[in-house]
Design a protein around this ligand. Sequence first.
Ligand code: AKB
Length: 322
Amino acid sequence: MPAREMKHILVTGACGQIGSELTLALRERYGGENVVATGHRTRPSAVLRDSGPFEFIDVTKRETVEAVVDKYNIDTVYHMAAILSAVGEEKPQLAWNVNINGLYNVLEIARERDMVRVFCPSSIAAFGPETPQENTPQETILRPKTMYGVTKVAGELLCDYYFARFGLDVRGVRYPGIISSETLPGGGTTDYAVEIFYEALKHKRYTCFLRDDTVLPMMYMPDCIRATIMLMEADPAGLKHHADFNLAAFSFAPADLVAEIKKHIPEFTCTYEPDFRQAIADSWPHTIDDSTAREEWGWEPEYDLAAMTEDMLEKLRDKVKV
Ligand code: AKB
């Protein structure tokens, strides 16, 4: 039987850091009218609003998702709506509700309508302090200590269950920290790696909420978008894993990023005032083994720390007008 095509796509969390750029990339690829962007409360940017349909939904209220799915005859969902690690520690009940009940609603709606495919991201937050921190394997200990991490592990398992039990083609990756120049990240532990660029350009100094030697896995947005679409378009016959692919590009500590930015802005200085996010970062891996993603669907990153830094500064110089 030929693979079924993804024709009418819904993106939840489309105003978020990844969702906003993913929506535009999907519209470019599949046509603006065929990619419905949805958000909760944040107003869409002009480009998001004008390049295709936009609707407000609340993923925790199933009927609001169903109404949009049925209105546009949706067969594929990129479920990007989520509460991230730092906000998740401040509001654990909200994180559970959005990340678990929201996902359950999406999976049930997809199952009932026999949808073609669903993407649901996991994260390096699925790992915990007992996980090997260097070259973290695909199959390893998943005992996170944050509510966000708990919801990501449960989400991976739930997605794999829907594949095994109902044949729903759910796919997902464990995103590292994502660095981007379009939409600011909201409420994560890796957010410093975006904020630092704005502050370096605007004020030539930054106070980092993580220690200078905190190594974390990171990825530049163009690679993140490419990986997401590559996995969703991969031949199902080649996939042995489904919703839990390790994914990596490069790793660095704040001090490494500061040194790289200084190559472009020599007067830039950074001070360090670790807060509650330090404990979250300390429970995550330093480097990730993504050989399974490379083998099963041909993943390979393009950007390293130097290329990402150069591109970020170039893009943000125009944006912050310095
Ligand atoms: C966060 O910091 O919470 C996210 C993530 C690594 O999933 N960026």
